[in-house]
Design a protein around this ligand. Structure first.
Ligand code: M6R
Length: 362
């Protein structure tokens, strides 16, 4: 049932304010972050290993920034199909964390099994809680997104991010790395996020017009820095998956180490850059693109768009949020650009060619 939407993807995008709220309400009771079962003792680990595929892998990359900066715990992130065959050593006092919408992805499940008996604890962040990964984990952290039918992961991604951020905050608290004042500042902002996300959906009409133009191009580049780098990767994956356009993402700082050679007036460059501490650095990357005739599509808040000045080809304005929360909000323009571009190209949005919702073969 598409609940009046043209596609499951549109329905699932629209559901995000509600399901993010759902995830929050399961983990956030008053000022306390509560974890399922006996909880997780983050002081018992010296490092974390995150493993997943596709969009879930990008959720892990985002979470690495959160865990390392907030909780000061080293995090290794890997693609399941690489991790499992490398047979990496797993030092004692490592928690292994697997992220999966379906809980059945063959490579992620094999990576989880590889960690059994090696990692101190096996954690999984799952949407399907009746799944193989759920049965084989020590602690299951449900994301509460509800069934996701569209092949492209949308609400599962934003709910994965929400739960991972809560985990990182709880890890930071347990390890004494976050002060009470910062916690008291961030939790209400997190609680307000569903409403902010809802407003962003209402104001997101700009993405439709610009997607018509993206649909005309052959290649699209996505750039992001820090927390926005995994979002750039996710934006490029979504665009490829749904519209069959060639899209690549780079960390903004890597531009001049090769990909800048691709820039000309035919290649739109999507820059995801809220006005945060790294914004000025990204502006200089944008200028390098514009100086070579590149067309910059800037996704930022009003302040960022004003600061970027003229010369930007198109911009999409997002509400201003605490930079820590920006990845959850910026999932939305990544999704909408790919959705509208796919419609402009006439591709099958809910069932893109060659893809399956759950990849249970290796
Ligand atoms: O069920 P999983 O979360 O383990 O699936 C992982 C990937 O196959 C999945 O995220 C895939 O990349 C999506 N189709 C992307 O939209």
């Amino acid at each position: 049932d598409k609940a009046g939407h043209k596609h499951f993807m549109a329905k699932e995008i629209a559901e995000q304010p509600r399901v993010i709220g759902e995830a929050l309400s399961h983990y956030l009771k008053g000022d306390t972050i509560t974890l399922p079962g006996d909880g997780i003792d983050f002081t018992a680990y010296d490092r974390l290993t995150f493993v997943a595929c596709g969009t879930a892998y990008y959720a892990c990359l985002t979470a690495k920034y959160w865990f390392e900066t907030l909780a000061r715990i080293p995090v290794e992130v890997d693609i399941a199909s690489e991790f499992r065959y490398r047979e990496p050593p797993i030092p004692a006092r490592t928690a292994a964390l697997f992220v999966s919408q379906s809980g059945e992805t063959a490579d992620t499940l094999a990576a989880l099994r590889y960690c059994e008996g090696k990692a101190a604890t096996i954690l999984s962040v799952l949407n399907a809680t009746e799944s193989s990964m759920a049965r084989e984990s020590d602690v299951v952290l449900p994301i509460h997104a509800g069934p996701e039918i569209g092949v492209a992961s949308t609400k599962a991604f934003s709910c994965q991010l929400t739960v991972l951020l809560l985990l990182a905050l709880e890890a930071a608290r347990q390890r004494g790395e976050i002060d009470a004042a910062r916690m008291a500042e961030i939790l209400p902002k997190l609680r307000a996020l569903p409403a902010v996300f809802g407003n962003a959906i209402d104001g997101a009409d700009q993405t439709r017009a610009v997607s018509q133009e993206l649909a005309e191009s052959r290649d699209v580049l996505y750039l992001g820095r820090g927390l926005m780098y995994p979002l750039a990767l996710e934006g490029a994956l979504k665009l490829k998956e749904l519209s069959y356009l060639h899209a690549e993402a780079y960390a903004s700082g890597e531009l001049k180490h090769g990909p800048i050679a691709l820039i000309d007036s035919h290649v739109p460059v999507v820059v995801m850059a809220p006005r945060d501490a790294l914004f000025e650095k990204t502006v200089s990357n944008m200028q390098e693109v514009m100086a070579r005739g590149g067309r910059v599509l800037l996704i930022s808040d009003a302040e960022g768009i004003a600061a970027a000045g003229d010369g930007v080809w198109r911009s999409i304005e997002m509400p201003k949020v605490d930079p820590l929360l920006a990845p959850i909000l910026y999932a939305l323009p990544a999704q909408l650009l790919s959705y509208h571009t796919a419609i402009a190209k006439g591709t099958d949005v809910d069932q893109p060619r060659n893809l399956a919702k759950s990849v249970t073969v290796e």
